[in-house]
Design a protein around this ligand. Structure first.
Ligand code: HEM
Length: 270
């Protein structure tokens, strides 16, 4: 058997893959929460940040997106195959008291992982593809001028216009059930991270008796920061702390879109 195949077949090999893919996701989540928190600096900051991300060369952007997808795929594959192996090796239910805590943690990892997978699918349709029914932000949110250091940015004589990510997020979270879903998903994400980050160190052989408590505390602290950072955004919108920067422009764009849809429907019927 090839050495990669035997590595993938071995429990330790799959645990290492799960830890490394988990580490990549932990870093992505940290970057994503820090990026999103710029919404508190003002609409210009978050819009400029999103504009720069979207201005990356297509190869880089798609390279990152596909790598992320691959990493999530590897993480799920390793989790499912290790769980199945575990069940095969120990088909009878846990009964020893010592195992109750462990089985609760691994059970929580499984169902929080499933809900997070569903959350990510919804989230990409919501904010990246922007075509969740009723939340077609591409048609509802008007572009705004790109502002840097307090001044509009020009390309020759024309103002550079950018998608208003600030107003999209605010519009998205003004729908109470969307905000509730995000907050619940973020709570599950933090449960997943608090256990996952500390097992990641264990799988990579970096957790000994001395460091165990410190690493567990670090994992919990990281999970709490991620929860507060992400959940504060929908909570901030519902509390009215975060608001749209261009409500009139968005209303005009949405009504133009409705009128043009009606015209297209009438033409089709004729
Ligand atoms: C309140 C929490 C969150 C907010 C406000 C948020 C916000 C956003 C926004 C605005 C985008 C679109 C960026 C753009 O196209 O300009 C985005 C994309 C994305 N988010 Fe989140 N996010 C949140 C939580 C999460 C979590 C917890 C994860 C993963 C565990 C995640 C994963 C992603 C991914 C994979 C993308 C697609 C990136 C791409 O376009 O390539 N997000 N998020």
């Amino acid at each position: 058997m090839c050495s990669l195949c035997s590595f993938l077949k071995s429990t330790i090999g799959r645990k290492i893959l799960m830890a490394l893919s988990g580490l990549a996701l932990v870093l992505f989540i940290l970057g994503h929460v820090l990026g999103n928190l710029q919404i508190y600096l003002g609409a210009h900051f978050i819009n400029e940040y999103a504009y720069h991300l979207h201005s990356l060369p297509a190869v880089v952007m798609w390279g990152v997106r596909l790598s992320l997808l691959g990493i999530i795929g590897v993480h799920i594959w390793a989790a499912v195959s290790l769980t199945l192996d575990n069940r095969r090796a120990r088909p009878e239910a846990y009964d020893a008291k010592a195992n109750v805590q462990k089985s609760f943690a691994s059970g929580a990892m499984r169902w929080s992982g499933v809900v997070l997978g569903l959350f990510i699918i919804f989230h990409i349709f919501h904010f990246t593809v922007r075509n969740v029914p009723g939340s077609e932000y591409e048609d509802q949110i008007a572009d705004v001028a790109l502002v840097k250091h307090g001044h509009d940015v020009y390309n020759g004589a024309d103002k550079v216009m950018v998608f208003n990510v600030n107003d999209m997020m605010v519009a998205g979270f003004q729908v109470w059930w969307v905000s509730a879903f995000y907050i619940v998903a973020m709570a599950l994400l933090s449960i997943h991270l608090s256990h996952g980050v500390s097992s990641m160190f264990q799988s990579m052989g970096l957790r000994n008796q001395l460091w165990r408590k410190r690493l567990d505390r670090f994992a919990v602290a990281y999970a709490v920061v991620v929860f507060l950072g992400f959940a504060s955004i929908p909570a901030g919108v519902l509390a009215g702390v975060l608001t749209q920067s261009n409500p009139e422009g968005n209303a005009v764009k949405a009504s133009v879109e409705v009128v043009s849809e009606v015209i297209v429907e009438e033409i089709i019927q004729k």
